[in-house]
Structure formats: C-alpha cells, structure tokens
Design a protein around this ligand. Sequence first.
Ligand code: NOJ
Length: 575
Amino acid sequence: MTRRILTVALAAAMSLVASAQKPGQPSWLSDAVVYQIYPSSFQDSDGNGIGDLPGIASRLEYIKSVGVTAIWMNPIFVSGWTDGGYDVIDFYKVDPRFGTNTDLVNLVEKAHSLGIKVILDLVAGHSSDQSEWFKQSQEAANLRYSDYYIWPSFKPEMPASDGPQDYYALMNSSAGIISKFVKSDAPRGPYYIKNFFDTQPALNFGFANPDPEHPWEQAVDAPGPMAMRRELKNIMQFWMDKGVDGFRVDMAASLVKNDFDKSATIKLWKEDLAKWFHENYPENLLIAEWFNPSQSIAADFNIDFFCHDGTYNYSTLFFYNRRGRGAGNGPVYPYFDLEGKGELKTWYDLYTFQYEAVKGKGYVSMPSGNHDFNRLCDGARTSTDQLKVAMTFFLTMPGVPFMYYGDEIGLKHIAGVPAVEGGGGRCGTRIPMLWDSSENAGFSTAATEKLYLPQDPDPSRRTVESELADPNSLLNYVKRLLELRKEFKALGADADWKLVSSLEQPYPMIYQRGEGESRCLVVINPSAKQVSAAIPTEGVQPKVIGGTGKKQSYKAGKTEDKIIAAGCSATIYKF
Ligand code: NOJ
C-alpha cells in the first residue's frame, strides 16, 4: 500500500518535472519577461538625437511598471556603425554615443535595485574591420591577433548550388562560405572571410573538417581558434564581473565554419564556452540567436528564438511575404490578419517540432518583434484591437516572453525611413520611442531633423502618455496580461502547451496551457468574423480570467464543448 502511494507520488512528481524548468537554470528565468531595447532609439539624455545609457536608466521605472523583469540591449560597444552596432571595434568599451562603462555599471545597479536584469548583446562571430585585432591580423607577420581571422590564399570554385540561398542556407552550405570571401589588398592575403557585411570579418573558431588543400582552414582546437575562445570568455567575464546578467549571442550558430550539421558548433558551446559560462555564472543567462532551439538548447543555451528567419519561423503568422526556407514568391495571407485567410499548419508543424525537442531543457521564445524585421503594427494590422489579439498570443505561449520596445504601445512600422548605419529596410522597425506629447514625443530635445531616425508622423499616434491615460489601451492590456501570466502559472514559461482546435479550421486558434487543476484555455481569433469551434469536452465550465472583453461564449457539453469568439477577439479561460 505504502509502496503504491509512493509510486503514485513519484509519477506525479515526474509529470511535474516533465513540464518544469530545466534543472540548474537561473532561478529567476521561469518568471522572466524580457524587453528588447534598440539603444539608439529609446531615450536620448544629452540632446544629440541618439538614445543612450543614462536615457535608458531614466526609463527603468516605466519598464518595471509594464511588468518587465529583464532588458536586453542591442550592442552598445564601440562600433564602426555599418551594421547598427553589430560591427564591434572594441568589445571592452561602451560606444561614446551611449556613454561610458561607468554609465553601464550605473544602469545595471539601478536596474538591479528595481529587480530588473540586464542582458547585453554579444557579437561572438565577427568584429568590425576597424578593430585593432583585424588591423593587426592584416599584417604579414605572426602576431598576437594574426589568427583571429581567416585568410584564404585563393578562392575555390563555387560548388553547384546546394539549396536556396537564404540567410540560414548561407550559414550552412559550402557555397555559403565561398560567397563570404571578401577580396583584400592586405599584406596578409588576397581574401578574408566575412560573417555578414564586408565590414564584419568572421572571427576564427576553426573549421569542422579542415580541407588539407585549403591551408586557411584551421582545426577548432588549433592555436588560433583556441586563443579566440579565450578572448570570447574574457569578454564575457569582463561584463559579467561588472554585474551584467547574461548575453544574447549574435549569430551563435556561425562560429565553426563548414559545420553543416552544426555538431562542431554545438560541441564548442556545450563543452567549452557555455559550460564555462554556466559553471562560473550559474545565475546568468545565455540566449542564442540560432533560430533552431533543437540545436542551440543542446549547445547549452537557455533560450533560442523562433521568429522571422531560418527554417523554423513564424512568418506565416505575421508577414505579408513568407520568409525563410521554401518561402516561394507569392503573397501570403498572414494568420494574424482581419481577412481571416491564414492557415496554422505551417507554423504549427515547425513550432511543435521545436517545442517538443527542448521541453524541460530550455525555452523556445517567440518575440513580439525585433530590430531585424517589420513590427507587429504594420500593413493591415494597426488597430488596438488587432494588436491586443496578437499580444494575447505572444504573452500566453510557453517560453520566456520577449517584447520589442514600443510593441507594448503599438509603435508602428514606418516603411521608407532613411536607411542608416547598415539598417537598410530594417530601419522602419528601429524608429525612436514615443513617450508623450512634448517635442519629439519626449525622446530627445534635439532638433527634429537631428533624430536618429524619423518618428511616426501620424498626429494620432499612440504614446506611452496617451496609452496610460486610456483604460482600454494596448499598454494597459499588456500590463494585465503580464499580471495574469504571473498569477496563473498555467500561463507561464514552463506549463504545458497543447493546440486543441483543429488545423483544418484555423479560426479560432485554441490552446490549452497547464495540466489538471490549473489549466487555462486561450482562444484567439484575429479574423474580423465571429467564429465558433467545438473541442473535445473538458468536462467543466471554465471562467473568463482575461482577454479583449469582446463577445464570447463557452458551453461545456457531454462530449464536446462549444466556443464562440467575436471577430478580432481573444479570451483566456481558467478551468
Ligand atoms: C543578427 C542581428 O540581429 C542583425 O541585426 C545583424 O545585422 C546580424 N546578426 C549581423 O551581426
């Protein structure tokens, strides 16, 4: 009898473990809500039209009031500014446009006093071509940084195309590496290998299977790549020891070259870089920009993204053109659109693969946006109601939620703004924050034409001030969602997720969070039409605990439950 009770108790505990957080992950991570800040566009404190660290520090109380517990800032290091800060000249120094290292320490201290963690962007795969390392590496001499970069002595024949050349493919094919050869007139050699733009020479972490015919392809454990690893750890240690709480690692999958199945890059992180990091900083966080959690979590990152790029993406949910592998050319009807012509299966298959692959080991995070793709508030999706529906989705899915600055007030994507600092079409998503009704919406006291990028010119644009004043605003809605997420663990990072509606009838999308006693059900209908659905009976009538407040009904039946959802609505039920 006692043994039976024990067995039952053990089984219950095991089922809890199955959906619980990864053992040994930072203790604060399960409840974290991350807010991404593009530092040039958030808050200017010195009137030069560009955001800075003291500016960010001055807005931390606001950030906390939204319900955020961690900020991630895009790169803040001395940069050549040919790629929005991702071309780092000095990895140990804050760029003067943002302030000083002391300003960063002050920001961290203030953030910590408010219970907010600070995550930096670690550009692990490349530097600026203006960095001292690269300058020295260009010399025809055997110096300290000589092997920090890769210097091919000739350009091999381009092999026949081995697949469509999107961002992911470029990082993952031999054609990809050759297309990254940049002609050079440096004494060191006729080519170097870049990671992204020509101004971003790739750092040398070695090649998966060095080709003896290609003497520049060093093994991952050759002296050059080993020195590179030590430098990367040193950079991490430098900032960790200043109180920073972790890194989002840019292009984390790109380190080992010609590593098509990523096994060498996974090994490099798992057995060395991430291992060292977690051993030394167990309460700190490593987020991958890898776009493939099944690999990055195996590499011992805590979180990876599922968003716009790579094979695994949510492009069918939000974009008017499909991105990533197999994108095709034609227009796409995004699922989150009033027309209600979208489908869920593409996203569902990709998402569930990743979700199942890393459950209990790490998190798949679907950010509301980021600095590389169009904002949520874009195209035909700009009304507060539509944005509330989308935010309900983002903030009730498993994994750690990431909100891109401004998404909480429905900051609009502004197409056609000037392309600055390598941002190209991405600049429309990097425009300055809108705080209030004062000059430049409180972002800066500079002359309007001096702003980093133009702001949304719409006179009825939403600002933090106007949103706070309106009880039905998106901002107040987002705050309530984050409170609910905190109150009901079933809506949190670790609780189970299961789609209960049919993929054949995609509107509404209905998913269950949690298990047993503490289950929640989320009903999402982005289409303008009222829709209904029947799901296998839950056996109990649930209670509405949140949502857009539009007409809805839930009728529990003997064999099935009937749900009605008004056009453009979201409802959260608790059983
Ligand atoms: C990904 C970053 O998000 C993007 O902004 C940048 O241009 C590339 N990596 C290169 O660092």
